[in-house]
Design a binder for this molecule. Structure first.
Ligand SMILES: [Zn+2]
Length: 274
């Protein structure tokens, strides 16, 4: 596991940090210690970043009665207390997907976690030896936080059970690694990712979703309708054989090919095309 973590770290450091705009002003942190920094998105929404794997991101989304914590990062000491210092509402933990930089060791500060059942395959190896209760959520489930509703959309491709959480009233959502934060790793099928892009493209247009906050947020790399549309074009081209990536030795995707689009890369393997 340690080896995997450091491989992920060096991989992301090498290819994403240099690609990020420098000096993005995210305001004054509302909380900061050696493990995590939280910034305000708006009056009832906060973005946190861990420092272990390419700014792994977690989000607090607050309603009148309760709040969601979306992901827990890799290993943030006393995360439950930190979250309680930002919101005084009771908190439910939900996971965008089961990978160790999103639902890592700090998951054990929480008694329950919601995941999509299709990511159950990763629980044993990647979910921090979780001792609490796993609850399954599915497409269309709504978390009613009191005056604020967050809907679950299944967005597989990165993993089979990746989901995106949408706040239609606010016009934004939280997509974890579903669209890659600029560097998508397709561990699932490319056809699943194509369906995900088609679905999200339509939802964003129909419901006025302007941006998705990604799983590795640096302050400027939001997923946009244009990004989703561009990724759809490229992934379709790859699937149909009109586009092909270059072999890459340093990807976490086994036998990876990497194809580059405008502001993003897609790591996939031939196996993902079958
Ligand atoms: Zn991931």
């Amino acid at each position: 596991m340690k080896k995997l973590l450091s491989a992920v770290l060096s991989f992301f450091m090498a290819i994403t940090v240099s690609a990020q705009p420098r000096g993005v002003d995210r305001g004054t942190p509302v909380f900061q210690n050696e493990d995590v920094v939280f910034y305000k998105i708006d009056d009832h929404t906060w973005a946190g970043n861990g420092h272990l794997m390419s700014n792994e991101s977690l989000y607090i989304v607050e309603g009148n009665n309760s709040a969601l914590l979306i992901d827990v990062g890799t290993n943030i000491k006393d995360l439950d207390k930190i979250v309680a210092s930002i919101t005084d509402k009771p908190v439910k933990l939900v996971a965008t997907h089961v990978h160790p930089d999103h639902i890592g060791a700090s998951v054990n500060y929480f008694d329950e976690v919601y995941i999509h059942p299709a990511d159950t395959v990763n629980v044993a190896s990647m979910m921090g030896n979780y001792r609490g209760k796993i609850i399954y959520m599915k497409e269309g489930d709504v978390f009613d936080l009191g005056g604020r509703r967050i809907e679950v959309v299944h967005t597989p491709g990165h993993t089979p059970g990746s989901v995106t959480f949408l706040d239609y009233a606010a016009g934004y959502g939280f997509s974890g690694d579903s669209f890659g934060s600029g560097n998508l790793l397709v561990f699932d099928k490319m056809s699943s990712f194509i369906s995900t892009c088609e679905k999200m493209k339509k939802i964003m247009a129909d419901k006025g979703i302007k941006v998705l906050y990604p799983g590795h947020f640096f302050g400027a790399n939001l997923e946009t309708p244009k990004r989703v549309d561009d990724m759809l074009t490229v992934s379709k081209g790859v699937m149909e054989g009109t586009m092909k990536g270059e072999p890459a030795a340093n990807s976490l995707v086994p036998n990876a090919l990497i194809i580059t689009g405008e502001g993003f890369r897609i790591n996939y393997s031939e196996a993902a095309l079958r």
